[in-house]
Design a binder for this molecule. Structure first.
Ligand SMILES: NC(=O)c1ccc[n+]([C@@H]2O[C@H](COP(=O)([O-])OP(=O)(O)OC[C@H]3O[C@@H](n4cnc5c(N)ncnc54)[C@H](O)[C@@H]3O)[C@@H](O)[C@H]2O)c1
Ligand SMILES: [Zn+2]
Length: 360
């Protein structure tokens, strides 16, 4: 199987995202090739993923001659915490990790964010390699250097911008993912289809609804990574253009929170958020009815929701206001002026209120 390479070009350095079926079994060699001085590694993963992919990774790291340890945290968003990070610092110290030791994050966005945060902070930063195993992590969270843990009062509130040295994406890992976990990743894929424009939109449309053939997704994963890499390269620290990656996320985040992070997972919530953003853009005359229908059809084919069920729209509005305070009152609604033309715009609170009602 062929391996594709996407480069993330930062102001001071660049790194590769390697994408190819079966790459996990080759990861030892790939890590050695991009970090020639590395000899010691600590793999951070969770128990579920370790059972599925730990053995293959272990064999590959052994073959490449690494001295390594595999450490696990329990599965789940609630373990993306300072408590987990603290336990991991202890494991790193026991292993004798120094500034040359490499952290390998094997897992979905939870592991990637947590292990990334630990890599960013242990000894003020040690090298990091991401091996994302969920669709969401492969198209989004493993690329771009946002790392974080949650606080009891707010998600992702403690973190650092910390770029990996290498990202290894093996789409074969998606075969063991549940349908719902695949769907949450498709939420981000649909987002890229709308913010990046017609070529990706057409590609995504041609593979939905998904068949069992995971390899259909490979060219799409490559395109999503390429798009995100370009945006991150232009705005590593999220001061401008990177905001477009939050398409659908303003309402989406509020919905996730109001629904207690259970009824809607991230991709499902941002799908509803994108529906809201599409309605606002249509009201402004920026999106045509056909484009709104295209969104509905694509999200529908991905199995994603377009409305919020059993949710009080006023609670979502309250949450949006609360969020706005935290972002110092800035208006961070991403809207489309047509497919592939995202802009950041302010929206009249009355329009938001009305839109939320339309989503119920
Ligand atoms: N850093 C960023 O830029 C960024 C962007 C988006 C989301 N995130 C974060 O990502 C997290 C969500 O990530 P996620 O959706 O990947 O969820 P996740 O990491 O919780 O993974 C979902 C579930 O799938 C399991 N799993 C992972 N890979 C598997 C595989 N190949 N086969 C079978 N099961 C597998 C995990 O053990 C877990 O139970 C959130 O914490 C979110 O804040 C970060
Ligand atoms: Zn997202």
């Amino acid at each position: 199987m062929s391996t594709s390479k996407v480069k993330v070009k930062l102001s001071d350095r660049s790194y590769d995202i390697l994408i190819g079926s079966g790459l996990i079994v080759d990861s030892g060699r790939l890590i050695k090739a991009s970090l020639p001085n590395a000899s010691r590694l600590v793999v951070i993963t969770n128990d579920e993923i370790n059972k599925l992919y730990g053995r293959n990774l272990k064999t590959s790291l052994k073959e490449a001659g690494f001295d390594f340890a595999i450490v696990t945290v329990p599965a789940g968003e609630r373990y993306k915490s300072l408590t987990s990070a603290n336990k991991l610092y202890g494991k790193l110290l026991n292993f004798g990790a120094d500034r040359e030791t490499v952290i390998v994050a094997l897992g979905g966005g939870v592991i990637g964010d947590l292990a990334g945060f630990v890599a960013a902070t242990y000894m003020r930063g040690i090298p990091l390699v991401q091996i994302p195993t969920t669709l969401l992590a492969q198209v989004d969270s493993s690329v771009g250097g946002k790392t974080a843990v949650n606080h009891r009062l707010a998600k992702n509130i403690i973190g650092a911008f910390y770029q990996p040295q290498l990202v290894i994406i093996d789409p074969e890992t998606l075969r063991t993912l549940s349908a719902r976990e695949l769907r949450t990743g498709l939420g981000e894929v649909v987002k890229y289809a709308f913010i990046s424009g017609d070529p990706l939109f057409e590609k995504v449309k041609s593979v939905l609804p998904l068949t069992d053939n995971i390899s259909d997704l490979v060219p799409i994963i490559i395109d999503c990574c390429r798009f995100k890499a370009d945006v991150v390269g232009e705005d590593e620290h999220d001061l401008g253009r990177r905001a477009i990656l939050n398409y659908g996320h303003t309402i989406g985040h509020a919905l996730e929170a109001v629904a207690g992070y259970r009824q809607y997972n991230h991709g499902e919530a941002i799908s509803v958020g994108m529906m809201g953003a599409a309605l606002v853009a249509r009201a402004k005359g920026w999106l045509s009815e056909d484009e709104v229908q295209d969104f509905k059809a694509l999200a529908g084919a991905a199995g994603l929701p377009l409305t919020m069920k059993n949710i009080d729209p006023d609670k979502v509005l309250e949450h949006l206001k609360h969020d706005k305070k935290r972002t110092k009152g800035s208006d961070n609604f991403v809207l489309l002026k047509g497919r592939g033309k995202p802009v950041v715009s302010s929206v009249d609170p009355r329009v938001i209120k009305e839109t939320l009602r339309c989503l119920t």
